[in-house]
Design a binder for this molecule. Sequence first.
Ligand code: PLP
Length: 494
Amino acid sequence: MNTFHSTRSVTDSLTAKQAIRKGIADDGGLFVTDALGQAKVDVASLAGKSYQQIAYEVLSLLLDDFDEQELRACIDGAYGKQWSDERITPLKQVGDDYILELFNGPTCAFKDVALQILPRFMACTSPTTGDGEKIMIVTATSGDTGKAALAGFADVPGTGITVFYPQGKVSRVQELQMTTQQGANVHVSAVEGNFDDAQSQVKRIFGDTQFAEQLKSDEHVVLSSANSINVGRLVPQVVYYFAAYAQLLESQAINVGDEVEFIVPTGNFGNILAGYYAKRMGLPVRDLVVASDKNNVLFDFLVSGTYNKQRPFFETISPSMDILVSSNLERMLYYLAENDPNLVADVMNDLNEWGAYQVPEQLLARIRHVFNTGWADEDQVREMIGQCWNDHHYVIDPHTACGYYVMQQMPRDTQVPRVLLATASPYKFPRVVNESLGLDATGTDFECMDELSRATGTTIPAMLRNLETADVRFRDVVPVDGMQRFVAESAAEL
Ligand SMILES: *Cc1c(COP(=O)(O)O)cnc(C)c1O
């Protein structure tokens, strides 16, 4: 059986289920398994397989304490009719390159891939006590994650979810996506403050052991997090890399064994780390290309070997990639340092103490052998949205446009197909997209959607268009020091 331990020490020995339920290790590290890559996916047999079949092959290797029936039930529930394309992550040819659409799920962003299945994984894990213990997910969101988590956890037995967002700091569409969420176990509140205030308070609530004991004894509830450090959020993302390869085989763009290059818009390093896991599990990957926005801390690290979070923070038009501390990078460092927890513990200690760390020359060389990188500023993002439409009649969102820019900058090797991962529907950011395409962007977000649809002949996802008339269920606004009480009240209702 695969066992999981912290990136910073080897004392833990958890099964996959235990690691998923626990989320983060006690020493602050992320759960990893040294068995990664020992078992390979049979690439020759991928063509013709459904997304769900590929998901079973990949996930059964990584989460080997789930039995077949459990895993198949999780997969069928997560990747069903709530997706608008039966291929789940369809691959589209755009000029000489390919775009892998990760946004056809229920909230129109790539986080659905992981957050549709994570709650189902959690429902398969056993409570540590036998008293009907429930899990309450608590999340602060700057926009996208909150909705995807709400949609994933809504009405999942044994779980509840509470989401906080900064009042007035998310788009109208994002706010409506959250406040109209259906489900008996969901709670949403605005917070008087910015995202960092809400996030810091959530971390404080998680660290309050007295509060945890009180919730456990009064309500039989334990708190957990759905953020992207959970191994149960990372591993579902490995699947779409194999699904892309399967589709390239089917269209005879490649033969079995041919290498493919992936260009990946990423902030927290989760999207691209999954590609590294796929490579270790046998997928023929040439380069993995990290595409950043103006918050280019990953670019600087991959070029120089120095990670420095002490730098200005930019609020850009690609908000889901606006990140200064890239949590999942820690897992990459662990594996590329040849499974050395001491090195990871040292550099993470430097990051906490000094706000920066540097990796040895040799390690940087190994990292750069696998990962390439680039970044785009906001003018370039807008230009790419226009260019991709003009050249290929394909509309991209601002996050995908960062990757598109990086892809255009790279020298092309005509032998190696390039796959750009598209992480959000352009209709989630209709105003920026309209401005970039020279369309009217003066009205409401919904008027922008209508204009974008009219001008490009593309269809507005019903889930987004219907928000204008959906019933708002949640109108709470709490001060930062009222968040804990809101969690307690939500827990009492579970
Ligand atoms: C979360 C997100 C990303 C980045 O994903 P990481 O997990 O940070 O790699 C990119 N685009 C969109 C639209 C997202 O929501």
